[in-house]
Ligand binder design. Structure first.
Ligand code: NAD
Ligand code: UDP
Length: 312
């Protein structure tokens, strides 16, 4: 039985990961400050004696003995990470320093949840890990993008300088049950609007694209990455390469929900990337032929069923 710390464990991705790691027979410590996460995401795990919940903010040090750390703590939706940009930077930078320091002291393996946002508004398509990105360092997304870029630098340098066993995954747009209804990201927004027969809020002309990955495919890849040989550090892209325009997504969600919603156009937020698609050849190679299994329609149906139960 491994002892595993999941920071950001009460959030969307973290709560699924905690559940899966527990089901696989591990002892799990979920750490969260509840900024965007919720106790309701993990409340069903509280009866399990091998699950512990800690209210803590990773911008201050934390001490514990564990074998592995998944560092997921950080708001991920543009609305939330832009709410307090300085805090977002502190979470990525000071939070990573605190978690890497812990990993160094206790000789734990540590995996960083990095992001496709390190590529910014990419000029290469699809994006391979070798691409250095196209990020506006002073724009409204920079608190997140540059914070995550600095975190990647901290991870590789703790490995080089202090021999910490690190892993970095660059996660592309991921969705599924347990996203917060007010999360602000496109899939949860559109589903909630469609189920309430409200207008669907498309930003810009809706021709910008994203490649959407279902949560279970991500967690399978993250666990495989944690279990790779110590020499494998990454960063490795984790995503589903099937790419859709935002308009296509809106129409799909209206169709599946049978909604009467109409599309309403709003201004495109500053620095919103035009297109995004992961090159996942490295992931396939180093993660035992991993590839995403759940395509958009199937994943949307599961997510819509979840939201049907939680919104009036
Ligand atoms: P989320 O907002 O649902 O979860 C983040 C969790 O971190 C929340 O529970 C929040 O309360 C917690 N948190 C935030 N700041 C904290 C702090 N200072 N100390 C302790 N806890 C803190 O978002 P998510 O989609 O589950 O994302 C999880 C991780 O994956 C994030 O690091 C995010 O950057 C990364 N990621 C997600 C996606 C995606 O599409 N969902 C894409 C790329 C990267
Ligand atoms: N978007 C949209 N309507 C919404 C929320 C988002 O049109 O209600 C667009 C947004 O402008 C972006 C895409 O959907 O082009 C994905 O946005 P999200 O916030 O989900 O993630 P990110 O931009 O970080 O990939």
């Amino acid at each position: 039985m491994k002892k595993i710390l999941v920071t950001g464990g009460a959030g969307f991705i973290g709560s699924h990961l905690c559940e899966r790691l527990l089901n696989e027979g591990n002892e799990v410590i979920c750490l969260d400050n509840y900024f965007t996460g919720a106790k309701s995401n993990i409340i069903h795990l509280l009866d399990n004696p091998y699950f512990e919940l800690v209210r803590h903010d990773i911008t201050t040090p934390f001490f514990i003995e564990v074998d592995e750390i998944y560092n997921l703590a950080c708001p991920a939706s543009p609305v939330h990470y832009q709410y307090n940009p300085i805090k977002t930077i502190k979470t990525s930078v000071m939070g990573s320093i605190n978690m890497l320091g812990l990993a160094k002291r206790i000789k734990a393996k540590i995996l960083q949840a990095s992001t496709s946002e390190v590529y910014g508004d990419p000029q290469i398509h699809p994006q391979p890990e070798s691409y250095w990105g196209h990020v506006n360092p002073i724009g409204s997304r920079s608190c997140y993008d540059e914070g995550k870029r600095c975190a990647e630098s901290l991870f590789v340098n703790y490995q080089k300088q202090n021999n910490v066993n690190v892993k970095i995954v660059r996660i592309f747009n991921t969705y599924g049950p347990k996203m917060h209804p007010n999360d602000g990201r496109v899939i949860s927004n559109f589903i909630v609007q469609a189920l309430q027969n409200k207008n669907i809020s498309v930003y810009g002309d809706g021709k910008q694209s994203r490649s959407f990955q279902y949560i279970d495919d991500l967690n399978e890849a993250m666990i495989r990455m944690m279990n790779t040989d110590d020499k494998i550090i990454g960063p490795v892209n984790i995503g589903n390469p099937n790419e859709y325009s935002i308009i296509e997504l809106a129409k799909k969600i209206i169709k599946i929900t049978g909604s009467e919603s109409k599309i309403e156009y709003f201004p495109l937020p500053e620095d919103d990337p035009i297109q995004r698609q992961p090159d996942i050849s490295m992931a396939k190679k180093i993660l035992n032929n991993w590839s995403p299994k759940i395509e958009l329609e199937e994943g949307l149906i599961k997510t819509i069923n979840y939201f049907k139960n939680i919104i009036k």
